[in-house]
Design a protein around this ligand. Structure first.
Ligand code: 13P
Ligand code: SF4
Length: 303
């Protein structure tokens, strides 16, 4: 552990020297969460990025999250400690494929999940995250919505809002690993436990849940006094924060296989190297940034 303490001290001192802030997603490994200035869900992280005074943002998450910070803060240096930390779901749609679909659906309002490339946000009318998706869709006074890229989140929102939604066929491979049988078996083993799942899960899993929440929502729900045991249907990195904030409560992963390999690519060493080298940097080209920002700003105004 001495190594980790030395690493942490180096990171914290370089962070001060560079006037940097470290933002970490709830799925990050425990030691990365523990050195972060702020840990949260996609919406909370983008709101934090938008208001920080720091000159440098070290984004411990995946590429689309760092891109969102770059969209909101063009004058800041946004570092992603491993450039390979992408999101497979975000890569399931490109600006070109979206443009083709828009030509087939000229009347539709395009809503893109924040888990998307900046070039896709630039082709969208408004963005949303898992925590504000229902609110964003409800705010639209259009008949037809084209929702990209997550078909499961899109389907879940359609059940909540009654809107006619045309869905892209994207999905999160990590959340696909959570199967209804896992929940059924765990409910038998822990009958007192609340079942809380992320809306990227399939409809069959969502149907078995007591609550469907963003990662930030899951963390808030866990603090409730009436919750003592929770079956957690999302990426297992969140268990670190849940246990840390709620000692004495029991958190049971719906599936130990629900691991996002991309989130795991960020390590303490890479955080240090990124601050030393001021690299790898994520910077969205200005023409794309300006168009993408319109969709992100519209979301932030609604939220
Ligand atoms: P949240 O916005 O709920 O943190 O979700 C992000 C994500 O990538 C889920 O897989
Ligand atoms: Fe993308 Fe799924 Fe990983 Fe979230 S958990 S970053 S949606 S691959």
């Amino acid at each position: 552990m001495k190594g980790d303490t030395e690493l942490t001290e180096k990171i914290l001192s370089l962070k001060r020297a560079r006037n940097a802030v470290i933002l970490a997603h709830n799925y990050q490994v425990g030691e990365v969460q523990d050195i972060a200035d702020f840990v949260g869900d996609s919406l909370e992280l983008s709101q934090n990025a938008a208001k920080t005074d720091a000159a440098v943002i070290v984004f411990c998450g995946v590429h689309f999250m760092a891109e969102t910070a770059s969209i909101l803060c063009p004058d800041k240096t946004v570092l992603l400690p491993d450039m390979h930390a992408g999101c497979p779901m975000a890569n399931m749609i490109t600006a070109e494929s979206l443009k083709r679909r828009k030509r087939e659906l000229p009347e539709a309002t395009v809503v893109c999940y924040i888990n998307s490339l900046a070039e896709v946000k630039a082709e969208s009318d408004v963005c949303c995250t898992s925590s504000n998706a229902v609110k964003v869709i409800e705010s639209l006074n259009t008949e037809e919505v084209l929702f990209v890229p997550d078909q499961y989140l899109g389907h879940y929102i359609s059940t909540k809002t009654g809107k006619k939604m045309i869905l892209w066929n994207g999905f999160c491979p990590t959340h696909m690993r959570i199967q209804p049988e896992h929940i059924v078996e765990l409910k038998q083993e822990y009958p007192q436990a609340k079942v809380v799942v992320h809306p990227e899960c399939t409809a069959a899993v969502i149907a078995l849940a007591d609550e469907v929440l963003s990662t930030g929502g899951i963390c808030r729900y866990a603090r409730r006094e009436d919750v003592t045991q929770m079956i957690v249907g999302t990426e297992i990195g969140i268990i670190h924060r849940l246990k840390k904030e709620n000692p004495g409560k029991k958190f049971i992963p719906a599936s130990e296989q629900a691991v996002c390999p991309n989130m795991r690519l960020i390590t303490l060493e890479k955080v240090l190297w990124s601050l030393e080298d001021m690299n790898p940097e994520v910077k969205v080209p200005e023409d794309i940034r300006l168009r993408a920002k319109t969709a992100v700003d519209r979301m932030l105004e609604i939220t």
